[in-house]
Design a protein around this ligand. Structure first.
Ligand code: FAD
Ligand code: SF4
Length: 508
């Protein structure tokens, strides 16, 4: 018998049970496809990162003795989409069984189901052995509930995997230290450089150019900065534990022009391609903390672990519980186009120019830049969530729909009406000013709501609340904002200022 097994670009999990024994009857199939480069314009570093990581993975499997069929994007035999390639291979190469790992994306799930129906041989799926829960776990866990509270899910994961636990209780008696984790960074000298092992990726960049793949963003092809193997990913994880974890939580929400990565781990691409697993990441951090408890406070390690076994795992569960409807949700009915400067970074608003400029250069922005700068602005300005999703799905090295759309449409744009979050994440300039130095170098005045040079966030913030009163006023976590709004004397002036900005979004 001859088996064909598919490995998708985000299934680079060398510890999967598939690879534990070499079997000559099994051929592993990997392909670089136009189907994947073209479903949205991606950042060039994202496409390069995926292809290089896939090539490295194929080499590793080969060196272990596995049989691999790898199609580069420019291979003349490459049919450029999964369905046609499978039909072609199966009709010409005499396979009698097709197997795949459950994909993370709804889109690929559909493609695979439809492709399998057309195949003349039996097919079956197996778990990707990466996540802590199954696709269905969260839906079952919250059965009958209208909102899915992340915190209860997170506690369940802590218990289930015995992470930072003392028997049935959280270690130190407290589950969550989020309140300690909100500081602005005051001292530039505290920063440590990110660990980067630059690689020459000219060959892949040339291939993409020759093939006419449309990409966004910038790349230095001689110095590609992202990890593309398990070994490099583990090196970054260890560097993080030894150098960055001590301040991770405290400065997680800092916004500054001093450094793009601050104390963040840069592990999302390694995790999302499954080069490393969430459990090994949190167990490594936990172990490191145990040994260095005198230097690293629990708030740091708890904050980090919560992002991974809490937020990341939770988002995946929400995705499978709510797709495909989730992708259509637009609670506020927002319908404006994304301003053109989202694609260039050329805006006078310093916070946005920094966060977008950095995203174009590095295919990276940290969580608070995504949530409270770009996401916040898009929500206040009433941008169509489809446009917002497309942008986030293209621009980040770690953007795969299951984790992008739940964060963007859900957490950031509140387009799900409150499945992921209990209230919209919006702020005026006050928050951005408090978190760092963006406002001190801006053409706009963070203290002004109206008049010449007033920061757009200030009037748009009140415009957002005012125009969505019927949808938000009854939310117990928001009532306070309306009481403050009622007390402002120049309400009409603020709304007029906002209207003026909304009518010239491209010129801000
Ligand atoms: P760190 O700050 O070091 O965090 C450690 C890890 O925790 C991350 O690598 C990531 O795996 C996980 N994590 C942290 N926050 C989240 C979260 N909210 N949801 C899921 N996992 C989380 N993350 C993606 O992986 N892909 C996306 O496409 C993506 N899109 C986002 C869009 C918006 C609008 C927002 C607000 C957030 C998005 N995030 C996304 C979550 C988060 O911003 C990134 O995971 C993080 O910035 C990656 O950088 P890091 O590895 O240095 O993270
Ligand atoms: Fe952003 Fe307003 Fe601050 Fe300028 S003043 S950096 S636009 S928040």
């Amino acid at each position: 018998s001859k088996k064909l097994r598919l490995i998708l670009g985000d299934q680079l999990n060398i510890r999967h049970s598939w690879f534990q024994e070499v079997d000559d009857a099994v051929t592993f199939l990997m392909m670089e496809m136009r189907q994947e480069t073209d479903y949205v314009p991606h950042h060039i570093q994202k496409v390069v990162g995926f292809f290089l990581a896939m090539r490295n993975f194929a080499e590793e499997l080969k060196s272990l003795g596995h049989r691999i069929l790898y199609f580069t994007l420019d291979d003349p035999e490459n049919r450029q989409n999964l369905s046609d390639q499978l039909s072609f291979l199966i009709s010409t190469q005499g396979y009698d069984r097709f197997e795949f790992q459950l994909p993370d994306e709804y889109r690929l799930d559909q493609i695979l189901q439809q492709s399998c129906e057309k195949l003349p041989i039996p097919s079956s799926a197996i778990d990707s052995e990466h996540f802590l829960t199954t696709r269905e776990f969260l839906k079952e866990f919250f059965k009958g509930k209208k909102t899915y509270l992340m915190e209860s899910f997170y506690r369940e994961m802590r218990r289930k995997y015995n992470i930072l636990m003392d028997g049935k209780e959280p270690l130190t008696g407290q589950w969550n230290y989020d309140h300690d984790n909100r500081s602005a960074l005051k001292d530039q000298k505290m920063l440590k450089k990110a660990l980067i092992r630059p690689k020459d990726v000219s060959e892949i960049v040339e291939m993409l150019e020759k093939s006419g793949v449309k990409t966004i963003g910038n790349i230095d092809a001689k110095r590609f900065p992202w990890p593309t193997s398990r070994e490099e990913s583990l090196e970054i994880l260890n560097y993080f534990c030894e150098n960055l974890l001590t301040h991770f939580g405290t400065y997680q929400d800092a916004l500054t022009t001093w450094d793009p990565y601050l104390f963040h781990s840069r592990l999302s691409f390694s995790l999302n391609t499954k080069m490393i697993s969430p459990l090994e990441v949190v167990q490594t951090a936990e172990k490191h903390w145990y040994v260095h408890q005198n230097q690293i406070s629990i708030a740091q390690v708890e904050g980090f672990i919560r992002q991974i076994i809490g937020w990341r795992e939770y988002m995946r569960g929400v995705y499978w519980a709510k797709m495909p409807e989730f992708g259509e949700m637009n609670f506020f009915g927002h319908n404006r186009k994304l301003p053109e400067w989202f694609w260039t970074g050329k805006t006078k608003m310093n916070c946005l120019s920094q966060a977008i400029g950095q995203s174009l250069d590095l295919a990276y922005a940290h969580h608070i830049q995504r949530l409270m700068v770009t996401g916040n602005f898009a929500l206040l300005a009433g941008i169509d969530p489809d446009e917002v999703d497309q942008w986030y799905l293209g621009i980040y090295i770690d953007a795969i729909e299951w984790v992008e759309i739940t964060n963007t449409r859900g957490m950031s744009q509140f387009a799900d009406g409150g499945i992921v979050g209990t209230k919209p994440y919006v702020s005026s300039a006050n928050y951005i000013k408090k978190q760092g130095n963006y406002c001190s170098n801006c053409a706009y005045d963070s203290n002004k709501k109206t008049g010449h040079g007033a920061c757009p966030f200030n009037s748009l913030y009140w415009h957002f609340y005012d125009r969505n009163r019927d949808k938000l006023e009854k939310n117990p976590r928001i009532g306070m904002a309306y009481r403050t709004w009622e007390k402002l004397e120049n309400r009409q002036e603020i709304l007029d200022q906002a209207e003026m900005y909304l009518n010239q979004l491209n010129d801000l």
